[in-house]
Design a protein. Structure first.
Length: 405
């Protein structure tokens, strides 16, 4: 019997009515002949409320205690979901991440999954039950509760699908698929029927809110078919797969805007071998993810300014790391700019087409959007711009590449 993993986000389980709707969908899938594993997020804005409450109690809450607090949101959801399924006459059982052996490292608030013990889940499935597992959380080998960071329920769902060798992983959300860009900013945005793992991974890491990039990494690594669809309708959503039809014909698949961003600049760094390695080893030790690293050399090659971007949530810690390094290495100062954004175009067809960068830069120039930094890969071109120009740049590029057609 095939296994289907279904993930329901916070907006899809925000109240009793929506919990019952999700329960009915899982029951229908079971009646269609599948074994069903559900992963659910905390209800509505529960996680945001818990974070705000923690910050009221302690402006700098310990990460371990934050994990203890935030995992309670998902525990409420899974128990209510099990109750809703039981109320409809079907058997269900709920588990926390720790109870099903989702082992992680000890990076509190942004842990990474090491392994999943699928045997307990399989036993319950074979007993005819719908299994409901708390998203977003795991446990270390020493028994400490951890969370996977924002978007962790997506990661939980795809990781479970991989561990169980599921036939598909369905991601239910409040939108009906993956769009060419954010339809709230560009009403002409178009829903895509399919998209590759590589393209979706780039869109997610560059600001698309539909799925978390870590979950796409799991999907790609273990070749898990992912179906992003609405929890409100039965219409087909977007399939995320290894290859799409007509891959080379579509040059640009989507446009993204990332605003949860800050730029850190290290001023007056000695330009010597090994310095950059020391800097980013120290940053990595603090589990800070960086991007867009640029080094500008001056003073006859003796000194450099090194800049990088990171999330707003990690910006203050990144600055603190920089200040520690300034004393250790001996550079002048650390600057922080929180008024930046990144606009990007993504498309696997860029591998085989020329002139795409020129078209992008020309469109932004005509829209009077100044480019501060440029970063490219085989299927992505990104520009760092002033935050106030973000939405205008997104609308401009969506039109420039005819993504509404």
């Amino acid at each position: 019997m095939s296994i289907v993993v279904q993930k329901f986000g916070g907006s899809s389980v925000a109240d009793a009515e929506k919990i019952h709707r999700a329960a009915r969908r899982a029951i229908k899938t079971k009646l269609d002949g599948h074994q069903v594993v559900m992963t659910v997020s905390a209800m509505g804005k529960t996680t945001d409320k818990l974070v705000a409450l923690a910050n009221e109690v302690n402006p700098n809450p310990p990460r371990r205690e934050m994990d203890m607090l935030l995992t309670t949101g998902e525990q409420v959801s899974i128990s209510l979901m099990a109750m809703a399924i039981e109320a409809s006459g079907h058997e269900a059982i709920s588990f926390t991440g720790g109870q099903i052996g989702m082992l992680t490292d000890d990076s509190h608030t942004k842990a990474r999954i090491h392994s999943i013990d699928a045997e307990r889940i399989k036993r319950e499935l074979d007993a005819g039950k719908i299994v409901i597992i708390a998203g977003f959380q795991g446990v270390t080998e020493h028994g400490a509760i951890t969370t996977l960071g924002r978007g962790g329920s997506d990661t939980t769902a795809v990781a479970l699908a991989a561990a169980l060798k599921a036939d598909s992983c369905e991601i239910y959300t409040d939108v009906d698929g993956v769009y060419t860009t954010d339809p709230r900013i560009v009403p002409q945005a178009r829903k895509m029927d399919e998209i590759t793992y590589d393209e979706m991974l780039e869109l997610a890491s560059l600001g698309a809110k539909v799925m978390h990039s870590r979950s796409i990494e799991f999907g790609k690594k273990y070749n898990v078919p992912i179906h992003v669809r609405s929890s409100l309708t039965d219409t087909k959503g977007t399939m995320i797969v290894a290859e799409t039809t007509g891959m080379e014909g579509i040059v640009v698949r989507g446009v993204t805007l990332k605003r949860d961003l800050a730029r850190v600049v290290l001023i007056g760094v000695p330009n010597k071998p090994g310095i950059a390695a020391r800097i980013f080893a120290h940053v990595a030790k603090h589990k800070i993810v960086v991007d867009d690293i640029i080094q500008n050399v001056y003073d006859q090659g003796q000194v450099a300014n090194i800049s990088f971007t990171t999330s707003l949530g990690d910006a203050k810690e990144a600055v603190a790391c920089g200040e520690e390094l300034a004393k250790e290495i001996g550079f002048k100062q650390v600057e922080l700019d929180e008024n930046v954004a990144k606009v990007s175009i993504v498309g696997i067809g860029m591998k085989t087409h020329t002139g795409v960068a020129a078209q992008m830069f020309n469109a932004l120039s005509e829209a009077k959007v100044n480019i501060q930094n440029i970063n490219t890969s085989e299927i992505v071109i990104s520009c760092l711009i002033d935050q106030k120009d973000g939405e205008h740049a997104l609308q401009t590029l969506h039109a420039a590449f005819d993504l509404d057609k």
